[in-house]
Every structure is written in structure tokens, then in C-alpha cells.
Design a binder for this molecule. Structure first.
Ligand code: GUN
Ligand code: ZN
Length: 434
């Protein structure tokens, strides 16, 4: 439930208005040195200088003083695997071995609802500790796991997206559904959860290797019937994955063609990884509006390759940045930005901290078509807000002694920050970190 008691947060307030185009683009953001953020009924009802806002705020508003910390929008993680909370940090070769040796065995345990419920509690604790207020998750193939996932989100009133993983081949029998049962179960879950409170159902065929053509057809039918739902899958992550996909779908001349042929591409389609893309695939992504999701810690951990942001954005493709836990190695979007920065540095694509923090908030919200609801602190948006402390460790405090600008502070948070730097996480106006 939204906390109905009005709150007035005080601190240094940062919110992005649009995508920054370089270090001097201060118009892209709103930054208030002594800022105020008024929250009523789970939404932001005022943003401005603290003293001015205090004069107009309801008399009963509780003032919460977060100075000298930074108040900004909650992080958004557009690609994460909820049943992989016990897969993270598994010593594996590359993608396909990692899936077979660690991931599928861990996901099998989600046949048990009680296991899903326990992991969901820990999973949301980890998200909130790290300042992540919205995520898009793969659940397991068991419908139970989707209930566990959304029930816990509902308890915390979080705007979460996710869905049942559809997979009907090339995996242990007990993890496999069928084209028909995956359609039926997804449809029932979608009808149960999509739009209930803050939940949004996401159609989730895992990837081409674990789906028969009949199942991808079922996924396409679901998307056609529910065009307001998101669809998520993986593509062009690993060379062996690509080779096997093209063997399984001999009529497809490239990987994206498989998804294209089954009508899986649209503005709400989230394609994890997009590392090894050809020019034709880029053109189709741009035309369809599908989103390329960069998962740097995962790409490094599984040795998958380097995401070429400049090439994708140069082709006018929407991008997002995500953790991909448990292939990814950290729940923190700050740790993720740091690793992403390094992946791009290797390709001489250095990003300014305004660009990286935009990416993890309003950029991801925009790529999810949710920018009217989340990702910034504009009046009327949902009050998912975090408070960042750039002095949260001795090493950070020491470095802060020499820092003079907001950009430098953000870069320090990105480079050294983790859950310890998240002083508070508000979900729909409710403080969630004790
Ligand atoms: N491709 C298919 N399934 C997965 C998964 O669980 N993680 C990653 N990183 N890639 C995948
Ligand atoms: Zn993934």
C-alpha cells in the first residue's frame, strides 16, 4: 500500500529531464543544492528548492533531512534472473556450460513454491539494499515462481516486471514445458498479474535454443494478443550459442531473423546482450524499436564479448543497462555502470557520469516505455527514490575531500559505490531500508 502520510525530503536533489549529450549538457538535468521533494500518496507532488517547497507543502508533511546526501531516482534493472540468486558466482566456462552445470539445476528447485517464496524475499532485499526499485526478471519455467515473484513485489508495492520462462527443449525434462502449456500458463499468469497494482507481466521465451518453433510461435501469439506487455529474450551473446541457434533454425540467415519470423519484435521487446550483431540485425532492431540490453558484468564474467554501444546507438537503437544476475556478478547498478564504463573504455567509448547515471535511471525507464511513471523525479511520477552517500566507506570519504563537482561525485559513486552508498530506498514513498 502507498504510504499516505506526506513526506518532504531535503537534500541535494538530482533528476534527469532527458538524455545528456556530453559533459556540459546541464540542461539535461535538474540539480538543486538545497532541494526538496514532496511525496504524497506514493507519488511525487513537488520538486524544488527546499525553503520554497516547505512554504507550500501540507503542514503535516514530515520533513526528512538527508543532507548532505544526494536524492535521486531509484535504479532500474531491465534484465535479471530471479531464480539465479544462488547461481551468482558459479565458476563456469562460458554460457552454455554455465547454463547446464549451474543454472538449470538451480532453476529446477523452483518447482517448490516455498523455495521460490524464500528466494523472492532475499532477492527483493538485495534489490532494495542496492537502490534498485524496478527490475525486469525472468522467473523459472514453473508458474509457481511467477506467483512467488509478484506476491513479494506486491507486499513491497514495487513496480516490477517479469514472467514465466518459456522453454520446451535442450534443458532437463523437469524444467521443460510444452508450446501449448507455456502459452496457457503464461496467459493465465498474465491475466492474473498484468496491471495488478504495480505489476507488469513480461512474455519470456528464454532464447531460441530452448524453444521449439512452435513455442516461439506461441510467444508471438501472446505478444500479438497483449501488445501492451513487454517481451524479453536473449540474443547474440556467445559464439557457440549463435552457432547452435543457426543449426536449430536452418531457415534463418541470422539470429534475429528467428525472432523476427515469429513476430517477437516490437517497442516493448527487450533483447539481452546484442553483442555479436550484423548490420541487417541492427536495421531490423531500429525499424521495430526493439531494445538492446547491455549486461556488462555478465558479459565479462562469461567471457561473452564487448557490447558496442556506439555502433548500436549510432544505428538509432534504444539501449538499456542491466545486471543479468546470476550470469552478472552484482545486484548494484553502480557496480554495473563501473564495469560497463570499462567495457566501453576498451573500445574508446568513454561515457561521462551524467550519461551513465541517466542510463541507469531515465534511460532505462525510456527504453522500457515507462518514463512517465519511473526513472525521474518529475511531479506526478511514482515516488521511487534513493538517497546516495558518496562518503559511505573510508576510501570514498577520503576521495570526496578533493571532489568539487556533481559529475566528479557521481563518478566516484559509480567507481567505488555499492549497497553501502545507498543510504535509503523509498518505494512509492515508503522507506524500505532500515
Ligand atoms: N541465455 C539463455 N538463458 C540465459 C541466462 O539465464 N543467462 C544468460 N546470461 N544468458 C542466457
Ligand atoms: Zn539473462
Amino acid at each position: 500500500m502507498a504510504d499516505t502520510h506526506p513526506k518532504l525530503l531535503r537534500g541535494r536533489v538530482l533528476s534527469f529531464n532527458r538524455k545528456p549529450v556530453g559533459p556540459d549538457d546541464h540542461d539535461a538535468l535538474t540539480y538543486l543544492e538545497d532541494g526538496g521533494l514532496l511525496i504524497e500518496n506514493g507519488r511525487i507532488s513537488g520538486l524544488g528548492d527546499f525553503t520554497a517547497l516547505k512554504d507550500t507543502a501540507p503542514a503535516e508533511a514530515e520533513v526528512i533531512d538527508h543532507r548532505p546526501h544526494l536524492i535521486t531516482s531509484g535504479f532500474i534493472d531491465p534484465h535479471i534472473h530471479f531464480p539465479q540468486a544462488q547461481v551468482i558466482a558459479s565458476w563456469a566456462e562460458q554460457l552454455l556450460d554455465w547454463l547446464n552445470d549451474y543454472t538449470f539445476p538451480a532453476e529446477l528447485k523452483f518447482a517448490d513454491k516455498a523455495h521460490g517464496t524464500r528466494i523472492a524475499g532475499a532477492f527483493y532485499d538485495a534489490l532494495l539494499a542496492n537502490g534498485t526499485t524496478t527490475a525486469v526478471a525472468y522467473c523459472s519455467s514453473h508458474p509457481n515462481s511467477v506467483d512467488a515473484y509478484f506476491e513479494e513485489a506486491e507486499r513491497r508495492n514495487m513496480r516490477m516486471l517479469g514472467g514465466k520462462t518459456m522453454m520446451d527443449r535442450n534443458a532437463p525434462a523437469d524444467l521443460c514445458d510444452t508450446a501449448q502449456s507455456s502459452y496457457d500458463d503464461s496467459k493465465a499468469l498474465l491475466n492474473k498479474w498484468h496491471g495488478r497494482g504495480r505489476a507488469l507481466y513480461t512474455i519470456t521465451p528464454r532464447f531460441a535454443i530452448t524453444s521449439t518453433p512452435a513455442q516461439l510461435e506461441a510467444a508471438g501469439a501472446l505478444l500479438k494478443e497483449h501488445p501492451d506487455c513487454h517481451l524479453q529474450t536473449h540474443i547474440n551473446e556467445n559464439h557457440n550459442e549463435i552457432d547452435l541457434t543457426l543449426e536449430l533454425y536452418p531457415e534463418a540467415d541470422d539470429y534475429l531473423r528467428v525472432y523476427e519470423n515469429f513476430g517477437l519484435l516490437g517497442e516493448r521487446t527487450l533483447l539481452g546482450h546484442c553483442i555479436h550483431m550484423n548490420d541487417r540485425e541492427l536495421g531490423v532492431m531500429r525499424e521495430t524499436g526493439a531494445v538492446a540490453v547491455f549486461c556488462p558484468t555478465s558479459n565479462l564474467f562469461l567471457g561473452s564479448g564487448l557490447f558496442d554501444r556506439a555502433r548500436l546507438e549510432g544505428a538509432n537503437i534504444k539501449t538499456a543497462i542491466a545486471t543479468d544476475v546470476g550470469g552478472g556478478t552484482n545486484y548494484s547498478l553502480m557496480r554495473t555502470l563501473d564495469e560497463g564504463y570499462k567495457v566501453l573504455q576498451l573500445q574508446r567509448q568513454r561515457l561521462h557520469p551524467f550519461e551513465t547515471f541517466y542510463w541507469a535511471t531515465l534511460g532505462n525507464a525510456t527504453s522500457l516505455s515507462l518514463q512517465d511513471k519511473i526513472g525521474n523525479l518529475a511531479v506526478g511520477t511514482e515516488a521511487d527514490v534513493i538517497v546516495l552517500n558518496a562518503r559511505s566507506t573510508p576510501a570514498m570519504a577520503l576521495r570526496m575531500e578533493t571532489i568539487e563537482t556533481l559529475a566528479e561525485e557521481l563518478f566516484l559513486l559509480q567507481t567505488l559505490g555499492d549497497d553501502r552508498a545507498v543510504a535509503q530506498t523509498y518505494v512509492a514513498g515508503q522507506a524500505m531500508k532500515s
